[in-house]
Design a binder for this molecule. Structure first.
Ligand code: XMP
Length: 541
């Protein structure tokens, strides 16, 4: 495949309306973005160490996030002092507030003796029209959530106190004449119920950002951006899986460059029951996407024969996928020769979402928890670097779903649980054989259908039926049977990094178990996996 040298434009067309969040490594920094986007205000996040001279756009305002450090720690992160000369409003949150005070005079912040953690009520002082804008409309007190160790012990020069709690005299501060504000609490957390109002006051009223972040506009802008990047000859290839991310990304590509976008579905024999057929119908027929289905069932199952080590299984599935994907790219280029669309395959589509972008930009550095295998099809790093087109890179999952709805994608697909690239290959413990694939598929189909019928599918984050390595004895009628053990898994999670087993109504779980044993030949038992993550993982392998 041709190597792409062009760089994807990193920022969006809302540059002039962007609130920039500088991240000091707090667990909740991304929630500031979520809250702002929920208010239709566009926000992006960069590491706190960003040199302002390198900023490719001028933000409307800057928010300094919280963070785990103490401003006194050796190597503690500090913001480029140039932010104070940029002439845009600044709001410091928690560590960000201490950072503002410390930058002005390092005696303003003291190490705490004990962490202040939990709910508090801030009494709001009325000062003057300039200062009062931060808490405008909120009243005389505000319920907030605190989580800090160090605290302000004196006011930075030129500042006044806007809010105090029992434990923090300087719970909120503001500069008397400049647009610089600080809060010791966390307005981004749900535990601070009126936090959004404060963030809105800052972003819209103080910074003047227009609440214009609308998904419809985003779709149009992204289509234009893709057209400009790709030009009028190049081809783009993208793996699709039937999941919401790859489907929305593929539909955006189709809208942007028509049939020069080639969606490839590799049928590896490890998809769910009838899934391949469904993807063909949805993407090919309903969405009009130029889709090729590569039938590679025998190739994958052949290579997996006799393999029981989970990592080996993943590697075989991943590398076989890449071989086929690269072959497809060559075929597409060949087919396009001598046609008006005779461009090379210069880009490949990635379904990367904003949380992964944030992780990779995080001040803490790319997190060890990021898994490259979590990209569509499990693409390896060499294909991830430099030549990917990422139309969803600025979006959170719920925003992708909203776009999916706008693009006419069916509700069931939009709300579908995630499905891993290696498919049911990592849900069948031990060797993957055609017989075990068949059993896993049938059991999974019954399980998911009964969950949907019970109306609880959307209450869980992921559910599936897997197959154990061992067999167990059972009795059916008068006959002794020796059959497979099905492992049911269902979890709830907000980030897939940690998860809890879903609490089923007992009767439903019993019904599911009975139906599976009665309907799937070769199964003698059904178990429910209660393990949380950690120590378990969501998948079985
Ligand atoms: P684990 O099993 O690591 O899974 O707790 C967390 C989330 O990641 C998904 N997952 C994968 N997704 N390729 C993918 O595209 C993979 O190889 C892969 N492994 C795990 C898993 O389904 C869950 O949502």
């Amino acid at each position: 495949m041709t190597t792409v040298t062009k760089a994807e434009a990193p920022h969006n067309k809302f540059d002039r309306q962007t609130i920039l969040v500088l991240d000091f490594g707090s667990q909740t920094s991304h929630l500031i973005l979520r809250r702002l986007r929920g208010l239709d205000i566009y926000a992006e996040m960069l590491p706190c160490t960003t040199k302002l001279a390198d900023l490719p756009f001028k933000p409307k305002g800057i928010i300094l996030s919280g963070g785990p450090s103490s401003v006194y720690d050796e190597g503690a992160p500090h913001v480029d002092r140039a932010i104070f000369d940029l002439g845009v409003p600044i709001l410091g949150i928690c560590y960000g507030c201490q950072e503002v005070a410390w930058q002005i005079n390092n005696k303003n912040v003291a190490r705490g003796e004990a962490r202040e953690y939990g709910h508090a009520d801030v009494n709001i002082n009325k000062v003057d029209a300039h200062v009062d804008r931060l808490f405008a409309g909120i009243g005389e007190s505000m319920h907030v959530y605190m989580s800090h160790f160090d605290k302000l012990v004196s006011l930075p020069e030129g500042f006044v106190v806007v809010g105090s709690t029992k434990n923090s005299e300087f719970a909120s501060i503001a500069h008397k004449t400049k647009d610089i504000f600080g809060v010791q609490f966390h307005p981004e957390l749900e535990h601070t119920p009126r936090g959004s109002e404060l963030l809105r006051n800052f972003s819209v009223d103080i910074c003047g950002a227009k609440p214009e972040w609308k998904m419809g506009d985003f779709v149009q802008q992204e289509i234009t951006r893709i057209r400009t990047l790709v030009g009028d000859r190049a081809q783009v290839i993208g793996a699709v899986s039937g999941g919401v991310d790859s489907t929305v990304a593929a539909k955006l590509m189709k809208e942007a460059i028509g049939d020069r976008f080639h969606a490839v579905l590799v049928d590896n024999g490890l998809m769910r029951l009838d899934e391949c057929k469904q993807v063909k119908e949805t993407l090919g027929k309903h969405l009009g996407i130029n889709l090729t289905v590569v039938d590679a069932v025998d190739l994958f199952l052949g290579r997996l024969q006799g393999v029981i080590d989970p990592e080996k299984k993943r590697k075989i599935i991943g590398s076989t996928f890449i071989d086929l994907f690269e072959k497809e790219a060559i075929r597409i280029e060949k087919d396009a020769e001598n046609t008006p669309n005779a461009g090379k395959v210069e880009w490949f589509l990635q379904g990367t979402l904003y949380p992964d972008v944030i992780e990779s930009l995080s001040f803490k550095g790319p997190s060890a928890t990021i898994k490259t295998h979590h990209n569509v099809g499990g693409l390896p790093q060499r294909m991830m670097d430099g030549q990917g087109l990422r139309p969803l890179r600025l979006l959170f999952k719920d925003e992708v779903r909203e776009i999916g709805r706008k693009l006419g994608i069916h509700h069931d697909l939009i709300m579908r649980h995630p499905f891993p690239g290696p498919g049911i290959g990592i849900r069948i413990l031990g060797e993957v054989t055609p017989e075990r694939v068949e059993i896993a598929r049938k059991a999974d189909n019954i399980y998911i259908s009964m969950i949907k019928e019970a109306g609880i599918y959307d209450q869980m984050s992921q559910a599936y039926a897997g197959v154990d390595t061992n067999k167990a004895v059972g009795v059916m009628g008068d006959t002794r049977v020796y059959g497979y053990i099905i492992i049911l898994r269902a979890v709830t999670t907000s980030d897939f990094m940690s998860a809890e087993a879903f609490e089923f109504p007992w009767k439903l779980l019993q019904d599911i178990a009975r139906t599976i044993v009665n309907s799937v030949d070769g199964v003698s038992r059904v178990t429910y996996d209660l393990t949380s993550k950690p120590p378990g993982t969501i998948e079985l392998e």
